[in-house]
Design a protein around this ligand. Structure first.
Ligand SMILES: Cc1cc2nc3c(=O)[nH]c(=O)nc-3n(C[C@H](O)[C@H](O)[C@H](O)COP(=O)(O)OP(=O)(O)OC[C@H]3O[C@@H](n4cnc5c(N)ncnc54)[C@H](O)[C@@H]3O)c2cc1C
Length: 275
């Protein structure tokens, strides 16, 4: 018996270009949008027969697209919209030119149909963090996406809980959501945003922070900004993005007594791995 064909069930309603190969996608499901917790992810999908964007590489060697143009390619994406937003669901996506799905996603135009998974999943949320604890959100690139959802849904400017967001990118034009986060940091005393770029030599008009996220963290910006020491008594740390950054920051905070959160052993370091 053949498996039931999965139909497209959503449409692209908006696309906000951040830089070439970096965009915010807003998707509207045919029916009601599922509920989700900020930090969770869902799935997007397109069939192999969907066209790849023109400046991408051919499908990777291990792709089965050549054999079956009807095959649905599915990938996980963190949700960036507020959990209170019911009109659309938002994703922040980078183009992997050699990948299977993203060259097809980046070829979509407004109104095009695609597959949206029927639910959100994932434990990369603030649910298990005690309400008195402060939140340190460290990311590179689109690893910022789950934090955008958390900040939009769960930051309360009148509360004592600090949210500190660190986001690293190569160039300033790759720092998506920068205006929104800068605005929030002016509006809320308990919200801080540190954008940092690693290739300032090719971005001469940038006059902000330069270097890598892990170096920035080690320099003590979080303590300086919040007046709190970076200890597991004060903070839970969230990490999302480049695997090397994640590894470095885990080592750094483990030395301060933070412990990785695991299904059976709750901890103060929470990790979402994209690849
Ligand atoms: C829980 C979860 C949430 C995710 N959320 C996001 C998100 O919010 N935004 C997003 O852009 N991606 C996200 N990803 C990654 C996403 O699922 C895909 O892996 C990515 O879009 C590449 O898909 P592809 O089919 O084009 O490439 P594939 O054909 O799957 O090729 C994958 C290869 O591309 C590389 N790769 C994957 N992602 C990246 C990346 N971001 N930068 C550089 N190289 C990469 C890896 O080497 C990987 O082996 C998430 C992954 C997981 C597991």
């Amino acid at each position: 018996m053949s498996a039931k064909r999965i139909e497209y069930n959503a449409a692209l309603s908006q696309r906000i270009e951040i830089a070439p190969g970096l965009a915010i996608f807003r998707v509207v499901p045919d029916g009601d949008l599922f509920d989700f917790e900020p930090g969770q992810y869902s799935v997007l999908g397109l069939r192999c027969k969907a066209l790849r964007i023109i400046d991408s590489d051919p499908d990777p060697d291990n792709s089965k697209c050549g054999e079956d143009p009807e095959r649905l390619i599915r990938r996980a994406y963190s949700i960036a919209s507020s959990s209170l937003e019911r009109e659309f669901i938002e994703f922040y996506i980078t183009l992997v030119r050699s990948g299977e799905l993203t060259p097809r996603l980046f070829n979509l135009t407004i109104g095009d149909r695609l597959y949206l998974g029927p639910r959100a999943t994932g434990l990369f949320t603030l649910n298990q963090v005690p309400s008195h604890k402060h939140i340190l959100l460290v990311s590179t690139g689109t690893g910022l996406a789950p934090y955008i959802s958390m900040v939009r849904s769960q930051l309360d400017c009148n509360q004592g809980r600090h949210f500190v967001v660190l986001n690293g990118a190569r160039y300033s034009w790759d720092l998506g959501y920068r205006d929104e986060l800068n605005f929030l940091s002016r509006l809320c005393r308990n919200f801080s945003y540190f954008p940092i770029i690693s290739r300032p030599d090719r971005d001469p008009t940038w006059n902000g922070l330069e270097g890598r996220v892990q170096t920035l963290l080690a320099s003590g910006v979080v303590e300086e900004k919040t007046g709190l020491s970076l200890t597991p008594e004060n903070f839970d740390v969230f990490l999302c993005g480049n695997p090397a950054m994640i590894e470095d920051v885990i080592q750094m905070v483990e030395a301060r007594g933070f412990v990785k959160d695991e299904r059976k052993n709750p901890g103060t370091i929470h990790v979402e791995e994209y690849w």
